[in-house]
Design a protein around this ligand. Sequence first.
Ligand code: C2E
Ligand code: MG
Ligand code: MG
Ligand code: MG
Length: 282
Amino acid sequence: EAKALGRSRHCFYQSDMQERVLERVQLENDLRQAIVNDELILYVQPQWDSNKRMVGAEALLRWRHPERGMVSPATFIPIAEETRLILPIGEWVLRTACQWLSEWHHDADMSGFILSVNVSAVQFSQEDFVAQVQAILEEYDAPAEALQLELTESMLAHDQQDIITKMSTLKALGVLISLDDFGTGYSSLSYLHRLPIDQLKIDQSFVANIEQGSKNESLAESIISLGHNLGMEVIAEGVETEEQFEWLEKRSCDLFQGFGLAKPMLMSELLERYKHDMHSLK
Ligand code: C2E
Ligand code: MG
Ligand code: MG
Ligand code: MG
C-alpha cells in the first residue's frame, strides 16, 4: 500500500513539474513574439526630492500578454535573462528611453529631469554594451546627462576590472550610474569607493516598517551615511507611507520613490502630472 501511495505521489509531482515546464516553454515562445507584436510597454515611476518635487523617473517594463493580461517583470525578466531575450528587450528599453530623452531635450520644462533605466547583468556583461549605449544615444541625439543606468549590487561580484572599465567609459559619455537594490547583493564594500557610482538605491526591504523602530532603522541609516561618505546621492525605493518619507527625509535621504508618492504609470500620465505641478508652482 505504501508503495502504491509512493508511486502515485511520484506521478503527481511529475505531472506538476511537466505542467510547469510546459508553461515555461509557452511563456518563452510568447516572449519571443512580444517585441515583434508590440506587447512591451515602458511604464515610469516618479522620483521625488525632499520638497516633493518630481526630479526624475524610473522606467519599468510591463508585458501586456494577449491572454494572460499584464505579466510582472518579476516573472518574465528571469526567463528573458536565461534565454538571452533580455538582449533585444534591453535594447528596446534603451531605445525607448533615448527617444523620450531626445524629445525632452527641446523642452525647457524638462531640463534636469533624469530618466533611470534598469540594466540586466546579462546586458552589462556584453563586450559591446557601452558601445551600444553610445550608439543609441547618438542615433536619437539624446543627452547622456539625463540618462541614468541602474545596475545591481550583485553584478559587482564579477570581473572587477571589466566593471571599472565599463563604468568609467559610461561616465566619460556623461551617463549617470545608480546601484539598485543596495544592501541585498554580495557585499562589494571593499571596492565600492573605486567605482564611479552617482547614486545608491536603498532596497525596499530596508524601507519596510522603518518608521516602527525595526532593525531596518540602523541598516537604512548606515546605507545613507555610507553613500554620502562616498560622495553619492542616496535614493529610497518602496516608500509607501508619509511616515517612511519623513523618517528618511530627517536622515538626509536625497530622493524618494514608492507607491506612497506615485505608482508606475504611463509616460503621458507622468508628463501631465509633472507639467501640472511645475506650472502650479510658478
Ligand atoms: P527594481 O528595479 O528594484 O524596481 C522597483 C520595483 O519596486 C518595481 O517593480 C516597482 O513597481 C516596485 N515598487 C515601487 N514602489 C513600490 C512600493 O512602494 N512598494 C512596493 N511593494 N513595490 C514598489 P516592478 O515594476 O514589478 O519591477 C520588478 C523588477 O523587474 C525591477 O526591480 C527590476 O529588477 C526588473 N525590471 C523592471 N523593468 C526592467 C527593465 O526594463 N530591464 C531590466 N533588466 N529589469 C527590469
Ligand atoms: Mg530599478
Ligand atoms: Mg530597485
Ligand atoms: Mg528592488
